[in-house]
Design a protein around this ligand. Structure first.
Ligand code: GBH
Length: 477
């Protein structure tokens, strides 16, 4: 037994990936609705317009959580469902708000602890059109704070708040590579507008400011009466191993890899400034915190939200980094110098299972940031060729069962052997859903969703595998 007796485990989803109901009850469009409508942006030409239809089938989702014994559920709010145009002077949609109130009450009635993400990438399109959305250093944080206030007030029983999911993805995929909404990039074959060399860094900065504002608000006006409520940000990050273990430059590159992905956001939050490696490479393209901004952002995590999936081998580069580089002047591989593979292939080109990477990264984060309380807010895998299988084979997802087994045990080792303070684990995902630019071809669910048959849900083997696993690891008292 290695995990504390109050350790929470469960599953995670995100609004645009599961809700559907895109035009129902007054919801406004988000940048993902707009992005999906552009031909060629989504692999199968799909969108989240219907998705798992959870806006209408949320009772099924709660039943599913009960059936598999989940103690916690992480979901996100669709901002444009609550404030269709998004801004602080714009009308609030009471029906949208009521949906989440009903949902949270039903979760609590079922004995399931809600973890609520305010922003999982689906910015109201109204704000994109009005002032460039995440690119606006002043307007965006103010509108986000207002939206957060509406949600804190509407859901007083929620005790676990996540401000932003993976700001790295919003910034880099949305404004450098242009493969996620709003699809801006310097690559003119992909987008008429965008500056990959500057916009991502400004967007990341603005997200930190918006996060800081929401946290400050929560702590002054809501946390005191919340009975133990807490708030933090969720960051993604892969484990990194040297391509050539003998080469100190590759070891340094591993550190830069982590700094450009994780510390970009975590250093300002825990230390009040960006990593030196980023400042050195990016110069004045990386914004500088004003003193007021620093005070807002530093110390703004009650917990560290950790999303983690995979690991890479990292090789340093010897050439000068191009201005649109966001990796820290290095290359990543799934094989090291000697041809050792880091893990088996999955359906996702970026994902190969490597459980020891999970343990190593938990330890690194714990060491660098003073052993913060950690919630793992996402972890999971796709399976190569899963979507081509018949249902009977699909629900027999042994590969996913093994993935969770390996990763959860690695987490438990980090707690028992290394003293990491991990308090919870949310598996990605409760069910197959809209996998962003991959559409519905890639499945991450522990539950099969039949998109051709009224989004019928059928739990896979992995759905039932987590309860016994955690029961074997969580202390009884
Ligand atoms: C999570 O991100 C998301 O939070 C979740 O919504 C999503 O469904 C889940 O992953 C599964 O994908 O395009 O080759 O440049 C995970 C972290 C970081 C994984 C960025 C994909 C892009 C690699 N993601 N990465 S690439």
């Amino acid at each position: 037994m290695s995990l504390p007796n109050d350790f929470l485990w469960g599953f995670a989803t995100a609004a645009y990936q599961i809700e559907g109901g895109a035009d129902q009850d007054g919801r406004g469009p988000s940048i993902w609705d707009t992005f999906c409508a552009i031909p060629g942006k989504i692999a199968d030409g799909s969108s989240g317009a219907v998705a798992c239809d959870s806006y209408n089938r949320w009772k099924d989702d709660i039943q599913l959580l009960k059936d598999v014994g989940a103690e916690a559920y992480r979901f996100s709010i669709s901002w444009s469902r609550v404030i269709p145009l998004g801004g602080r002077e714009d009308p609030v949609n009471e029906k949208g708000l009521a949906f989440y109130q009903t949902f949270v009450d039903a979760l609590l009635d079922a004995g399931i602890t809600p973890f609520v993400t305010l922003f999982h990438w689906d910015l109201p399109d109204g704000l994109e059109k009005r002032y460039g959305g995440l690119r606006d250093r002043n307007e965006f944080p103010l509108d986000f704070e207002h939206y957060a206030r509406i949600m804190f007030a509407a859901l007083p029983k929620v005790k676990h708040w996540i401000t932003f999911n993976e700001p790295w993805c919003s910034s880099i995929l949305g404004y450098n590579l242009g493969i996620f909404a709003p699809g801006r990039t310097s690559n003119r074959a992909k987008s008429a507008e965008g500056d990959s060399t500057r916009e991502p860094w400004q967007v990341g900065h603005n997200i930190l400011l918006a996060h800081g504002r929401a946290v400050q608000l929560y702590r002054t006006e809501f946390k005191p009466a919340s009975g133990g409520g807490e708030i933090g940000i969720t960051l993604n990050g892969d484990a990194a191993y040297p391509w050539d273990p003998e080469d100190p430059a590759d070891l340094e590159a591993c550190n830069r890899r982590m700094e450009f992905a994780i510390s970009w956001f975590a250093d300002p939050i825990y230390f009040g400034h960006y990593p030196a490696s980023m400042r050195k490479q990016l110069g004045d393209r990386l914004p500088v915190f004003t003193e007021e901004e620093r005070v807002l952002v530093q110390g703004s995590n009650d917990f560290y939200g950790m999303n983690h999936y995979t690991a890479n081998y990292v090789r340093h580069r010897t050439t000068k980094p191009p201005d649109d580089d966001f990796m820290g002047n290095l290359d990543t591989f799934f094989e090291d110098k000697n041809g050792n593979s880091i893990g088996e292939e999955t359906q996702s080109v970026w994902l190969r299972p490597c459980p020891r990477g999970f343990r190593d990264l938990i330890v690194l984060i714990s060491q660098r940031y003073g052993n913060p309380k950690i919630y793992v807010t996402e972890n999971g895998t796709s399976i190569k060729g899963e979507n081509d299988l018949g249902v009977d084979d699909m629900v027999n997802d042994n590969f996913r069962v093994r993935y969770y087994d390996g990763y959860v045990r690695a987490l438990a080792d980090a707690v028992r052997e290394n003293g990491a303070d991990v308090r919870g684990y949310l598996a990605w995902s409760l069910m197959d859903n809209f996998e962003w630019a991959e559409g519905y071809e890639t499945r991450f669910g522990v539950t099969y969703v039949d998109y051709k048959n009224s989004q019928k849900r059928i739990p896979k083997k992995s759905a039932f595998s987590l309860k016994p696993l955690f029961e074997s690891l969580i202390k009884k008292e």
